[in-house]
Write a protein of this length. Structure first.
Length: 255
């Protein structure tokens, strides 16, 4: 059991390092594509796109930072938390920065697609098989989002619309609290996914090791074909008519 767990930890460490590199490059490509899309929309006449341009540019930079740290072997221990927690809370941190530079502050982007990105980034931490990291990512991301909502409460209260249902969706504080709670709950969801996946992988490894051990012992007495059929479950038994000969050597036994 301990040997299987150690083997799993070593394999997991290597796979996580490779996943960081591949995933970081994918996110960098997505961020670069976002920059191109924003520039294209600006060229087509869209205004007030500076914020999205900054967001996608910084996202691409953070993704490349993850790739470089993973290649250097630093994505473990405290460094893993120091990088992944801000990465998971990046949309909320961007909202907070808008509070400093934009007239409407964080309220400018609170109802856009960036808020939904919180959940995706938190769930991504589940693929690292770090339960505490996923829980912390959900808590930090949800808290940063709620802080941005609190700072922009005055601007949100100024929003008005002829449709009362739409206005309520934009200004009603409890709805934003629910959104923050959903972001936080993404952490336990990712942690549960990590635990279940981890147990499943360990179970498969134990079964494979046991199967190899049985095959090694059983293979000493039967042909490789029979051994493979038995260990893979293909040999379910069959009914045959056979003749059994019992013999003994004269004087070999005392009975």
């Amino acid at each position: 059991m301990a040997a299987t767990r150690d083997h799993f930890q070593a394999t997991l460490k290597d796979e996580v390092a490779h996943s960081f590199q591949r995933g970081g490059l994918v996110l960098f490509a997505i961020g670069f594509s976002g920059i191109f899309s924003v520039l294209l929309m600006m060229n087509l006449g869209a205004e007030h796109m500076t914020g999205p341009l900054v967001f996608t540019s910084m996202g691409a930079v953070l993704s490349m930072l993850v790739v470089l740290l993973a290649r250097a072997g630093y994505m473990q221990g405290i460094t893993l938390y120091a990088v992944m927690l801000p990465f998971a809370a990046y949309p909320g941190l961007f909202f907070l920065s808008c509070e400093l530079f934009l007239p409407a502050g964080a309220a400018t982007f609170l109802n856009g697609p960036l808020a939904i990105l919180h959940i995706h980034l938190v769930i991504l931490t589940g693929f690292l098989f770090r339960v505490r990291l996923s829980l912390a990512a959900g808590l930090v991301s949800g808290s940063v989002y709620l802080l941005a909502v609190w700072l922009s409460s005055e601007e949100l209260a100024r929003i008005s619309h002829p449709d009362p249902a739409l206005e309520q969706d934009l200004v009603f504080a409890p709805l934003y609290a629910i959104k923050g709670a959903i972001i936080m709950l993404a952490g336990p969801l990712a942690a549960a996914m990590s635990i279940i996946s981890r147990r499943l992988v360990l179970r498969v490894l134990r079964e494979e090791r046991e199967k190899d051990r049985v095959a090694g012992i059983f293979g000493q007495y039967v042909s490789p074909e029979v051994r493979d059929r038995v260990t893979t479950g293909q040999e379910a038994g069959e009914r045959r008519e056979v003749t059994v000969l019992f013999s003994d050597l004269r004087g070999f036994t005392s009975y």
